[in-house]
Structure formats: C-alpha cells, structure tokens
Design a protein around this ligand. Sequence first.
Ligand SMILES: Nc1ncnc2c1ncn2[C@@H]1O[C@H](COP(=O)(O)OP(=O)(O)OP(=O)(O)O)[C@@H](O)[C@H]1O
Ligand SMILES: [Mg+2]
Length: 284
Amino acid sequence: MSIKINNLTHIYNEGTAMAKTAIDDINLEISDGEFIGLIGHTGSGKSTLIQHLNALIKPSRGEILLNGVDINAEKSKLKSIRQRVGLVFQYPEHQLFEMTVYKDVCYGPTNLGLSEVEIDQRAKKALETVGIGEEIYEKSPFELSGGQKRRVAIAGILAMQPDVLILDEPTAGLDPKGRDEILNAIDEMHKRLGIIVILVSHSMEDVARLVDRIIVMHHGKIVVTGTSKEVFGQAKMLESIGLAAPQVSYVMMGLKEKGFNVPQDVYTIDEATEVLYSMLKQVK
Ligand SMILES: Nc1ncnc2c1ncn2[C@@H]1O[C@H](COP(=O)(O)OP(=O)(O)OP(=O)(O)O)[C@@H](O)[C@H]1O
Ligand SMILES: [Mg+2]
C-alpha cells in the first residue's frame, strides 16, 4: 500500500465568516510499511490531515491516492477504504460497547460478512498482537485498566486487517505503565504486520524511539520531514514553532557546554545510556 497526497487543502466552514484553513496545500508520499510519527503544536492540523486518509472528511481542494486511486472519486467504495485504512481516534475506549472483550473485537469483522471461523481467527490474532491474553476474552471491557481498554479498542481496528493503521494520540491520559503497554503493542504490530503505521503524538521521546520518519506540521503545513536525527537536529526551528527536541538531547547539550565530549545527535534514552556508560567506563 502506498499513500500519495496532492495539494491537499481543508477549510472548515468554507465560504462563511468562520472559515478556517486547517490544512494548507500539503503534498506528501508514504511508502509501504513506513512507520511515521506526526508531530505539531495543538491546532497545527494533525487530526484534520489523518481524517482525510480514510475519507472521513473530504478535501476542500486536492486529492488523496491509495495505491494510485483517488479515494474520493465517484466509484471509490467507502466501506473498502475504511477497512483498508484503520483510524484509532483519541480515547478509542469510549467506543467499546459489547458485553465482552472478545465480542467487541469481533464486531468489525462480523460486519464484513466473514465466516465465523475467519472472524474468530482474526479476533484472536488481533488480541494476541496487542498483548491481550485469553483469560481476558470473556471480561467486560469496563472491568479493564485504561491501557488494556485501549489495546482492546486497537485490536478491534486490527481485526479488520487494515493496510494502514493511524493512531491519534494513543497514549493520551494513560499512566506510564499504560503508555508503555500501548507503545510496545504498536511497535510490535508494526514489526509483525509490516503495515503503514502513522502515530500522532505530543511525545518527542516516543516518536524518536519508535518511528522511521517524522513529519512536522505547523499552521496546516508540513514544515519538515525526515529521520529523528534530521528533524531533532533542528532544535531551534522546533522551538520556534512551539515544539522541542526530546529532553535527553538537552541533557547532552548541557554536558557539552560543561566540556564533556559527548555526541549531540542523541535522541533516545537508550542511546544516551550507552554513550554515558561508555564515557564512565573510560573515566575509571
Ligand atoms: N470541526 C471543526 N470546525 C472548525 N474548525 C476546526 C474543526 N476541527 C478543527 N478545527 C480547527 O482546525 C485547526 C486544526 O485542528 P486539528 O484538530 O486538525 O489540529 P491538531 O493538530 O490535531 O491539534 P491537537 O494537537 O490539539 O489535537 C485548528 O485551528 C482547529 O481549531
Ligand atoms: Mg488532534
């Protein structure tokens, strides 16, 4: 699956006094299997952009091509687009409603009209991928922890076997344990399924650790896209648009200022630990 966005503009309430340009002439290509991190200050247009990718909202101008096909063309089938591009909203657990975890995850595949065997296989595989064990299948979703609920909600989308999975702030409002559970599940999912994953996040640390490529938005435009090193190397530019490089890179800058010879392109805790550990070994 590949995604191509050509000159996409979205204006809310177009033609009224309330008109608001949320997406401003965006061009973007995403290749098969890429893990993308989408970052940007609040109101920069992240949620508006991703909702175009499964035709939940329509462009004011421009087009979105999935494998070269315009998803808003007359003959495009909405049902098939929504199945291929799975969108996990903020607080997806609010959409859990079945009596048991297992039934909830079966809901989507059941609507696709699949056989019972296929539905069962898909639900179990999806639950396993997000780390939910069989002992939880018959529980009510409402008995679960925040992190568990959210993983069940994600499994419901995964059971549709999408080619693209988009998650809008999947860790919002969770405690550190719940956040780790979700992020590990997402990482595992990307590795196992090889699908395109788009992660919208306010956490620079999480993005630096997980994704292949970062897209930075500001005022409805893409201001920069590249690897963690390419994007977070521009700390001053990020600060000018209300963002920052991951905290740990500021620790490295501080050490350098104090005369320690440490690299300045360190953006994850794991990398920093390695650098500091080998430095300490040399001191001894
Ligand atoms: N339904 C709507 N009607 C009118 N304006 C909207 C609507 N949804 C979003 N906007 C405006 O469009 C702009 C982009 O909003 P959007 O929600 O896409 O940003 P975001 O980057 O997802 O922000 P956040 O980080 O807070 O989730 C903002 O100025 C917002 O106020
Ligand atoms: Mg948003």
